[in-house]
Structure formats: C-alpha cells, structure tokens
Ligand binder design. Structure first.
Ligand code: MG
Length: 380
C-alpha cells in the first residue's frame, strides 16, 4: 500500500473523492494540482498541508500564491508544475484525475520516476496506450486502474495467469437515455444529459455516459490495460450498475466484481492495493437489490460506442482523434452551442477528415489531438 500521494486534478469529482479516501485511510497528500478552481484548492491545501501545489492556469497560480503566502507550501504552475507534482520525491503514487490530454505528459513523467499510477485519466490510455503501457513495463511502474469497470476487471484477474482469460465482459448502465431512439434525442438538453441514474460524476463524463462514448473510451482503455484484442471484449448493458465488470475464463467460468456504485471504492483499492482496508462506503444489501438484468448495447441509436470500437480496431491515432474531437464537441454541447446528436457527427467526421497515422511518439499523438480539436472548433 502507498504512504504518500500526489493528486493531479484535486478539485474534480475523482480528486475530491481521493482526498476523502486519503483522509480516511491516513495516507499523506504530498502534492495537489488544479486547473483554476483556487478557492476549493486553498481549502484542500490548508487541510492536507502538501509540500507542493501546482495550478495549471498561470493567472490563477499567481492568485493562489498570494492566498497561501502565510503557509510554507511551494507553488508551481503550468505543465512544468504538473510534472513536478507527478515526480515529487515524497510521493510514491500519483492519482491522475485530470480531465483530457493534459494528463499525458505528467503520467509519463510519473512512470519514468517509477511511481505507482492510480489511473483515472482515460485519455492517457485512449490516446497513448501503446506508448504508456510499454513505458510502464520498461520502467517497472505499476498502473492500477481507478475507473470502476477496469478496477473490477483488475480485481477479477488478480492471481490469474495470462492464459486463463477468455474474454472481458465490460458492463455499462446504458445511461439515462437507454431504450430511446436517436431521433428522440435530438433536443436533449445539458441538464438532461448530466443526470446519470446511478453514478455521480463530472459533467463531461456524464455526457459521455449518456452517449455511450464513455463505454467506448473504456473499451479502448481495457484493451491496453489488460493486453487484449478488440474481439476479446464484449460490452454488456447492465442497468443496475451492481456488477462493475466481469471476466470469462477459458473453462467458461465467469467471475464478477460487485459493490455499491461509489467511485470511492475503486479509488481506495488503487491506494491500498495489494491490501484491503475497511471503508466508509455502504455495503451491498442483497435483500434490497432488485433484479439484475443484462442486454446487448444498442449500437444503432448510440453510434458513439460503435465508432469507438471501430477506432479501437483501426488503432494508431484513431482513438485519440475521436476522443479529442468528442471532448471539444461535448464542451460545446454543455455551453449550448451544439445539438446533442452532433456530438457523434463531430467525432466521426474528425476521424475521417483528420486521418489516422501510427501513434509512434508523444509529439505525433499530441499533434493528432490538436488537429482533431481544431477541426471541431472550426466546423461545428
Ligand atoms: Mg467507468
């Protein structure tokens, strides 16, 4: 288990829950980073007294430095600040809870510094899965997933040999619009899209959950994390979100991980692994569980999932371009500038227009990411 952590993206949903887990388990918080929410960051900094805090936004960093001038916290800014937080000598684990491609460089830096990565930033593996996994193997850095599905698969595979796995059954709730037709979704508002039935999450990932793009990103993530091919992953819609994912072994045995839908659980395990600690979270009450049901994903009315699976098969920069285009489109939708169904159109058109190359190095990947963003900004 780890003793001291750096939380990248501490003011977001996962970041705040990580801080709560650290408090409960007595794990020291050595560094915090945020983009620009400095009021909350200051509260967290005064509570946890980290050695170092980085604020990504330069202007906000200046204000933050003034706000904590009475403490001995060192303050950094920009990408340099994020990288310093990710490689801080005092931390043995980095929780990557930032949203978007900004998490890539700090994650690679943390791997080079041989830190445990508690991975909560999807883009890291979606954009640069081959690169990141190869680097982690080379440096001997552990990657422990925080995403609930990947944590479930990780737990189901604990202590098993590579030859035992037949396929991964990646579960998803189906989101708030399960059963609807694409035509009915044209007038969906941001408020409707962020109201997830089971999970409490940030706005961007909530919209992704409603379009099933989130499941698509998780599909790509699972491929890299567990070294499997796209055909070895089956998406199973399970509306109750009690089973967080399953693995099917070669003899036909299926192993599932169950628990209440609370991100605190996978966060805590990523920090205490290979140990387990009592948690503050509710335990499952089987007498209160309704039926557990399962259905096939609807790839016709939720084409984002199909697009992601196709991009996973194409490989190279395809998942990165799709994810970056989707990110810009979702933010446009959240600001009321883009219709709900156009999120898919933007991501699909970006993949065709920007094109796909081999994802050989970080510069190629970041260029593809930027080209996809520019395409959606200019054309949607
Ligand atoms: Mg998830």
């Amino acid at each position: 288990m780890v003793h001291s952590i750096s939380i990248l993206g501490c003011t977001g949903s996962i970041g705040r829950q990580t801080a709560a887990v650290a408090e409960h388990t007595g794990i020291r918080v050595a560094a915090l980073t945020a983009n620009r929410k400095i009021d909350l960051l200051e509260q967290q900094a005064r509570k946890f007294k980290p050695a170092f805090v980085a604020v990504y936004d330069e202007e906000a960093a200046k204000q933050f430095k003034i706000a904590v001038a009475d403490t001995d916290i060192r303050v950094g800014s920009g990408m340099e600040g994020l990288i310093e937080a990710a490689t801080l000598r005092q931390s043995d684990c980095v929780v990557t809870a930032v949203s978007g491609a900004v998490g890539l460089r700090p994650t690679l830096a943390a791997i080079d510094a041989k830190k445990r990565i508690a991975l909560a930033n999807k883009e890291t593996l979606v954009c640069a899965g081959d690169l990141v996994m190869a680097r982690a193997k080379e440096k001997g850095a552990e990657i422990v997933p925080v995403d609930s599905e990947h944590s479930a698969i990780f737990q189901c595979l604990m202590g098993r040999g590579a030859g035992e796995l037949h396929k991964i059954l990646l579960t998803g709730s189906g989101g708030p619009f399960r059963g609807k037709k694409r035509e009915e979704l044209e007038s969906v508002t941001p408020a409707q899209a962020v109201a997830h039935p089971n999970w409490s999450m940030g706005a961007k990932i909530s919209v992704d959950s409603s379009t099933l793009m989130n499941k698509g990103l998780e599909f790509v993530e699972a491929m890299h994390l567990f070294s499997v091919k796209p055909e070895d992953i089956t998406v199973v819609i399970h509306p109750q979100s009690v089973i967080h994912s399953m693995v099917e072994l070669v003899d036909g045995t299926v192993i599932a991980q169950l628990g209440v839908p609370d991100m605190g659980l996978p966060i805590q395990l990523a920090l205490t692994y290979p140990e387990r600690r009592p948690s503050l979270f509710e335990h499952l009450d089987f007498w209160k569980l309704r039926d557990l049901s399962f259905e096939e994903p609807d790839l016709v009315n939720f084409p984002c999932l199909k697009l992601a699976m196709d991009c996973a098969k194409r490989g190279g920069t395809a998942p990165c371009v799709m994810s970056a285009a989707n990110e810009v489109a979702v933010h446009k939708f959240l600001r009321g500038e883009l219709g709900y169904n156009l999120i898919y159109d933007a991501a699909a058109e970006a993949v065709e227009t920007v094109g796909v190359t081999a994802a050989e190095d970080l510069d190629t990947i970041l260029a593809a990411d930027e080209a996809a963003r520019a395409f959606v900004r200019e054309n949607y």
